[in-house]
Design a protein around this ligand. Structure first.
Ligand code: A3P
Length: 288
């Protein structure tokens, strides 16, 4: 399939046609956010489906029904994807959504509402490794080529949702005040109960230690990998082939060390540093 057949271009971003259409993007722009909505924002491969597991449980006090009965893409749909229009009327209240949109493409009602935002950021070196394998298993994405070639594409923003640096910078300089909370993938990995405590406090749900522990257990990598409502095993192989690479692949921090040569690392770090400019200093991990 040619790249034109696979992707559509939206405000300079390439988006896979399998999950996005001009209608779904229009639907997103016209979507009416409610004050009690919660939206998790991620650059792809930074922990989106993890938030699709966490948010319903935090919001409903640990009731496992949604994660055991509703596929992740319908349970906490993507704002920009086709499924939202199909499931919007069935979403539990308060509604939880995810989006990969950059800040400047969020719809007007988002800005006028009081909807809360959780921005999940992951070390870009691990994002790129995760994305590299995802491109191998997803039939609706282009072949990533060699890791070296894929790094060039990633750094030039020739991947879905554009440059990682633009996404991070756009969401750092918002006017959202205390409507936005930042959390890292690595922080969730290191101490999930503590991260869940921060998330639940931010969302005004003061959960007991017992409930937090229960949610943490159900949102572990191992349990999500075994959950057919969350591991994409319901998706036909032609779209996602776990034999090429499972969606829940390794779930660790630092896999980049197994993929970057010192030359690649130097190139990657120098471009990211340059593009982030003064923002680099406030990143939670060293890029080197
Ligand atoms: P890896 O490919 O490095 O394993 P997204 O949902 O944004 O596409 O991100 C997918 C990445 O998040 C994958 O990373 C996946 O394994 C990881 N992930 C999903 N759930 C996780 C969990 N419970 N614990 C740790 N990592 C998780």
């Amino acid at each position: 399939m040619s790249s034109e057949e696979m992707y559509l271009l939206y405000h300079g971003l390439i988006l896979p046609k399998e999950t996005h259409s001009l209608e779904s993007l229009k639907f997103a722009q016209e979507f009416t956010f409610k004050d009690e909505d919660v939206v998790a924002v991620t650059y792809p491969k930074s922990g989106t489906i993890w938030m699709q597991e966490i948010l319903p449980l935090v919001l409903n006090g640990g009731d496992l029904t949604p994660i055991q009965t509703i596929p992740n893409w319908d349970r906490v749909p993507w704002l920009e994807e086709k499924r939202l229009a199909v499931v919007v009327d069935q979403l539990a209240s308060p509604r939880a959504l995810v989006t990969h949109f950059p800040y400047h493409l969020m719809p007007p009602s988002f800005h006028t509402s009081k909807a809360k935002v959780i921005y999940v950021i992951r070390n870009p070196k691990d994002v790129i490794v995760s994305s590299y394998y995802f491109h191998q298993m997803a039939g609706f994405l282009d072949d990533p080529g060699t890791f070296d070639e894929f790094i060039n594409k990633f750094l030039e923003g020739r991947v879905m949702f554009g440059k990682w640096t633009d996404h991070v910078k756009g969401w750092r300089h918002t006017e959202l005040g205390d409507r936005i909370m930042y959390i890292t993938y690595e922080e969730m990995l290191q101490d999930l109960p503590a991260a869940l405590g921060r998330i639940s406090d931010f969302l005004g749900r003061h959960l007991s230690e017992e409930t937090i522990q229960k949610i943490a257990q159900h949102c572990s990598f191992k349990n999500m990998k075994a959950n057919n409502m969350s591991n994409f095993s319901l998706v036909p192989k032609v779209h996602m082939d776990p034999d090429k690479s499972p969606f829940l692949r390794k779930g660790i921090a630092g896999d980049w060390k197994n993929h970057f040569s010192s030359e690649l690392l130097a190139r990657f770090t120098s471009v990211i540093h340059k593009e982030l400019g003064s923002d680099s200093v406030s990143l939670p991990w060293s890029l080197d």
